[in-house]
Design a protein around this ligand. Structure first.
Ligand code: TYM
Length: 331
């Protein structure tokens, strides 16, 4: 059995980037031959300025969307991070293994801290230590594989480093995990700013396709996507990022190859039209299931309650072992 773990942070409405880069692949994990856990990592949403009611709402919405995306609670474990204390228990221990220098080198920390300072705000300490909590999320479950988009690769690399360091210092305890990334759409870009990632916490609404966008909204956003003034539809991520992004989205939706697809189109208009249709069709069944699940909130709550209990049972022995290995007296 391969142990799989991944998570999504409830800092905004889930986007097409989250879906193509990660969530869709979670539903594709062979849930019969893997032991998979998927988590709404709500503690991570507290690392930046937040509204408590919004975090609660988005946590529930993200969990509902994971089920709508096809995660089957009979075959995998779906839960909310803060319902399982083992994550924070292990996080502190891993803070005693990590160095402050490696935290400050994390790209997401540098970018988010710089943005926060530009706005004149202060940077929460938890933003700096966030990758350690993420490492704890992964390591607590003896995870082999972590399906994520490109932007999380550095954090998974840190989890690997910390696991190896802990094992060397205190005896073999953790499985060393590895990130798995999709072949295409590992980094879906903002449709209005194709040099930036499509991020759910960003302000640029017109460049972000949300999973719950109505077909009309998807159409407007894709048809207005920024391309360039060069001739021909060519797949070149460096020189033609806007067009490359559309080709990747289309390829990810239809299962093709972006380079091959570029030969099919002569105009940006036709490419945008087909991309719109592909995205609308991709989201249609997910939105229908989401609507049905919203009508039954007690079901979703039950799934999360059972999921937390199962996850707790899986994580506790590992975290207890780590506590003993690092020198803490058993209670
Ligand atoms: P988050 O919530 O930012 O994103 C959830 C997943 O979606 C992927 N993703 C993307 N993939 C392609 N293109 C995009 N534009 C795009 N935007 C997001 C992310 O790579 C991620 O896989 N720190 C994590 C959450 C986390 C986690 C974990 C993940 C906490 N603990 C343990 C794995 C294992 C995060 O902020 O993801």
């Amino acid at each position: 059995m391969t142990r799989v773990f991944s998570g999504v942070k409830p800092t905004g409405h889930l986007t097409l980037g989250n879906y193509l880069g990660a969530v869709r692949r979670w539903a594709d994990v062979d849930q019969r031959h893997s032991d998979a856990l998927f988590c709404v990592v709500d503690l991570h949403a507290l690392t930046v300025d937040h509204d408590p009611a919004r975090v609660r709402r988005l946590t529930r919405q993200a969990a509902t969307l994971l089920l709508a995306a096809g995660l089957d609670p009979e075959l995998c474990t779906v839960f909310v991070q803060s319902h399982v204390d083992e994550h924070t228990r292990l996080s502190y221990v891993m803070e005693c293994v990590a160095n402050d220098g490696e935290m400050r080198r994390m790209i997401q920390y540098k970018e988010k801290a710089a943005r926060e300072r530009e706005r004149g705000g202060s940077v929460r300490l938890s933003l700096l230590t966030y990758p350690v909590l993420m490492a704890a999320d992964i390591l607590a479950y003896g995870t082999d594989e972590v399906p994520v988009g490109d932007d999380q690769a550095q954090h998974v690399e840190l989890a690997r480093d910390l696991a190896v360091r802990f094992n060397q210092r205190y005896g073999h305890t953790f499985v060393v995990p590895r990130a798995t990334r999709p072949g295409v759409a590992a980094r879906v870009m903002n449709l209005q700013e194709p040099a930036s990632k499509m991020g759910k916490s960003d302000d640029s609404g017109p460049g972000i396709v949300y999973l719950l966008d109505e077909p009309d909204a998807v159409r407007k956003k894709v048809m207005r996507a920024v391309t360039d003034s060069a001739a021909g539809v060519v797949y070149d991520r460096e020189e033609r990022p806007g067009v490359a992004n559309l080709l990747e989205i289309l390829a990810a939706c239809e299962g093709g190859d972006p380079e091959d697809l570029s030969g099919v189109y002569e105009s940006y208009g036709a490419l945008k039209k087909d991309t719109t249709e592909a995205v609308v069709e991709l989201l249609r069944p997910l939105q229908a299931r989401h609507k049905a699940l919203c009508a039954d909130p007690a079901y979703v709550e039950g799934v999360l309650r059972d999921g937390a209990e199962k996850a707790r049972g899986m994580a506790k022995p590992m975290v207890d072992t780590a506590y003993r290995a690092i020198g803490l007296l058993p209670a």
